[in-house]
Design a protein around this ligand. Sequence first.
Ligand code: A3P
Length: 304
Amino acid sequence: MTEAEMYSVYKGLLVPSLLHTPESLKYFEEFVFRPDDIIIVTYPKSDVGSRNIVKGTTWTQEIVPLIMSGGDPASVETLPNWERVPWLEEIQACTFNLEQRASPRMLTTHSPYNMMPPSFFEVKPKVIYVMRNPKDVFVSTFFYHMTASFLVNPGPQTEFLHKFLDGKVMFGSWFDHVKSWLNAEDKEHIMHISYEEMILDLKDSVSRLAQFLNKSLDPEVIEKIADRCLFKNMKNNNMSNYSAVPREFMDQTKSEFLRKGIAGDWENQLTVAEAAYFDSVYKDKMKDVKCKFVWDLKTLNGNN
Ligand code: A3P
């Protein structure tokens, strides 16, 4: 199938048509938030998400329910992550009867800030925005495109890298997405966290997330949650490793969804020329961004 057949354009952003129908996008636009909703927002592949740009989606979809249940693993052991913390814009959301779900609801989206539904700006629910070094987002996305049949074949790496940096991939430009959420108004209901912070100190990250969510948890509970959410343990959770998805949609023999789970894999994957080009685009697109990210501590090329 061609890209035009596989993707639709929603308000200027490419979205995979199989998961995003006119009905599901309408459902998203008309969604009525509650003040105590918790929304995980990512650019795909920033897992802490969503088949998401910030990547960190799936990881956060494990951590947040465990925090909210006080460490009780029932929901992460019995509900697949897409039902546990559903993507609001995806086709399944309207089948989960979210209007009847008990508060606090846990939800996910890949939406840029400016495209959030009107109710979001009135209600101002809590948002956890997860970011990741865009070079690692790129690598993770590249492999994911080989695995998922509803995404276009990535083609040669350099070609896909240009598409990624030009924002001609699902959910558009990583730069626009991150900047939209960094520049969001009413920042007190938004917590920004990076994949790298979670890699560096998962216990501390869980503790900070719990604090943001007003959950007071004993240190042993925090420790138990962090342990459950280690890459090696999440990889064995069939409710989180996408093994429940039929191979025709996600062929994990090509690349596992929980692939490597490390920071800095781009150094193994990008050529020197690709990394240099990435840096030049990053420098230009991020020149107006004041905040420094964990991955800026070294240059994106890995030199001090
Ligand atoms: P890699 O492909 O680099 O391994 P998302 O859920 O946003 O699509 O992001 C997926 C990325 O998050 C994958 O990255 C996946 O391995 C990583 N990930 C998921 N759970 C993780 C965990 N517990 N620890 C570290 N990385 C994790």
